[in-house]
Design a protein around this ligand. Structure first.
Ligand code: PGA
Length: 255
């Protein structure tokens, strides 16, 4: 049985004061939940102070990116060592906003994922088609490429640690969620690709989150699908009540 994982992607939101309020509120609301892995991913400038609030709690700290080199002349980037210093345990890699606005390629995603794993952190690797790709029937081609290239040279012994987030770009921040059936179809396809690249057992252990306008009122239906193991939440993760409700809604016994 795969343990559900709900991660909040705070993107470029919150000042330190606001972030502390949110982190304290989440800690209060969610302190007794052990059956779901809960992750918050604040911006880099907020990591230290949010990390102090959730230290030794059931809420883990994640970053929104990580570079593949340990150090060097890479202005504006942050290394896995720098993240480890702050007790960061997860890193979102290849988010569609990185791919779309900052030219992140599959190759860069792969390098980042490998560096994150090597440092002992857990990558949340994002994959997903945009609207034009969906409308021109290229969904599976795009997803196949994102998965295969993103996981290149990652061995079977390592890949079970990776969390994959399926995020259809057209559903991010738009209020348009994929229906649970649309999401399940792609999750199932991702798992079949994992079977091909590795084997069936390995494919069954990898957790696949859905992301794109996840809200308290759609989480239960999404989680009831066989291959949906959690959510990567943007907008609704910025508010204590809605993120807590999503975490609680994800505790759904399948089958
Ligand atoms: P959203 O963002 O929940 O606001 O649609 C999801 C994401 O970008 O991870």
């Amino acid at each position: 049985m795969r343990k559900p994982i709900i991660a909040g992607n705070w993107k470029m939101h919150k000042t330190i004061g606001e972030a502390l309020e949110l982190a304290n509120g989440l800690k209060r609301e969610l302190c007794d939940i052990e059956v779901v892995d809960i992750v918050v991913c604040p911006g880099f400038t907020l990591l230290e102070e949010v990390g102090e609030v959730i230290l030794e709690s059931n809420i883990k700290l994640g970053a929104q990116n990580a570079h593949w080199e340990i150090q060097g002349a890479f202005t504006g980037e942050v290394s896995v060592q720098q993240l480890k210093d702050l007790e960061v345990k997860y890193a979102i890699i290849g988010h569609s906003e990185r791919r779309q606005f900052f030219g992140e390629t599959n190759e860069a995603v792969n390098k980042r994922v490998k560096a994150v794993l090597k440092a002992g952190l857990i990558p949340i690797m994002c994959v997903g088609e945009n609207l034009a790709e969906r409308e021109s029937n290229k969904i599976f081609k795009v997803i196949e490429e994102h998965v295969r290239c993103g996981l290149k040279e990652i061995e079977k012994e390592e890949v079970y640690k990776v969390v994959i987030a399926y995020e259809p770009v057209w559903a991010i921040g738009t209020g348009k969620t994929a229906t649970p059936q649309q999401a399940q179809e792609v999750h199932n396809f991702i798992r079949s690709q994992l079977s091909k690249l590795y084997d069936d057992n390995t494919a069954q252990t990898v957790r696949i989150q859905y992301g794109g306008s996840v809200k308290p009122d759609n989480i239960v239906d999404l989680m009831s699908e066989k291959d949906i193991d959690g959510a990567l939440v943007g907008g609704a993760s910025l508010d204590v009540k809605s993120f807590a409700a999503i975490v609680k809604g994800s505790i759904f016994k399948k089958g």
